[in-house]
Design a protein around this ligand. Structure first.
Ligand SMILES: C[S@@+](CC[C@H](N)C(=O)[O-])C[C@H]1O[C@@H](n2cnc3c(N)ncnc32)[C@H](O)[C@@H]1O
Ligand SMILES: Nc1nc2[nH]cc(C(=O)O)c2c(=O)[nH]1
Ligand code: SF4
Ligand SMILES: [Mg+2]
Length: 230
């Protein structure tokens, strides 16, 4: 049984695939935070910008097997254009919560059979199933990584217990710093048009300065918040 908070069609907002049309599948639950505000300060991950509790979001629910969830997600991809127009490869992003608590090879295979490339956004503390096409690892605080290779390492910055230098020698194709959205941190997430102001203050300046001083790292902005798309 898969528990899905929400699923929606949008543009990938972050990292090396930013701007790409994507079906997002947000699984319920995380191993680094209960999702309750009363537990945030004592959690292993304290700055989460996401509600991942329950199955009550748009297109959320409980799915008995890989085939039924794959069919549900495929229905969110738009009808392809006619034969004279170059089609895009359908793309699904599994996130959460922590997707590696639920994502398995059967679901990856079912999405491949539907013609999708499969991307994952993970905190990197749990092993990944085989078959993922684009793996993004985003380390959290003092937690130990179970995954030390992938397509992109996307570090929310700054985190006192997770300096970029700790990850700079790992086996990733791309290294991104993403300014921490401090509208989280125990307060409700800011409305989309507020996020621009938040993102352009101190965490943005610190991220820019780090990338300028350490060119291995590139800046990743949360463009879905800037555009207000989701
Ligand atoms: C909500 S997490 C879900 C996936 C997975 N649990 C993880 O942490 O990577 C999705 C992405 O949002 C990032 N993120 C979470 N809270 C953030 C914040 N306050 N500011 C910037 N990025 C944030 C995470 O680091 C991760 O890359
Ligand atoms: N548009 C959009 N892009 C995203 N990239 C990673 C996200 C996530 O929450 O995992 C996310 C998200 O929530 N929305
Ligand atoms: S950012 Fe990821 S790891 Fe941290 S609490 Fe949110 S879902 Fe969990
Ligand atoms: Mg998000």
């Amino acid at each position: 049984m898969y528990h899905v908070k929400e699923a929606f069609y949008t543009l990938q907002g972050e990292g090396g695939q930013a701007g790409r049309a994507s079906v997002f599948c947000r699984f319920t639950g995380c191993n680094l935070w209960s999702g309750r505000e009363s537990d945030r300060a004592s959690a292993a991950c304290t700055f989460c910008d996401t509600d991942f509790l329950g199955t009550d979001g748009q297109n959320g629910g409980r799915f008995a097997d890989a085939a039924s969830l794959a069919e549900h997600l495929t229905a969110l991809w738009p009808a392809q254009d006619g034969p004279s127009v170059r089609g895009a490869t359908p793309y699904v992003v599994f996130t959460g919560g922590e997707p590696l608590l639920q994502l398995d090879e059967a679901l990856i295979q079912a999405m491949h059979e539907q013609g999708f490339e499969v991307a994952v956004e993970t905190n990197g503390t749990l092993p990944a199933p085989a078959g993922i096409d684009w793996l993004c690892v985003s380390p959290k605080g003092a937690t130990a990584l179970a995954i030390t290779a992938g397509n992109e390492l996307k570090l929310v910055y700054p985190q006192s217990e997770a300096p970029p230098a700790r990850f700079a020698s790992l086996d990733f194709e791309h290294f991104f710093l993403q300014p921490m959205d401090t509208g989280a941190g125990g307060r409700p997430a800011p409305p989309a048009n507020d996020a621009i102001a938040v993102a352009t203050t101190d965490t943005m300046a610190a991220s820019v300065a780090y990338c300028l001083a350490h060119p291995q790292w590139r800046l990743s902005l949360q463009t879905h918040k800037i555009t207000g798309i989701d």
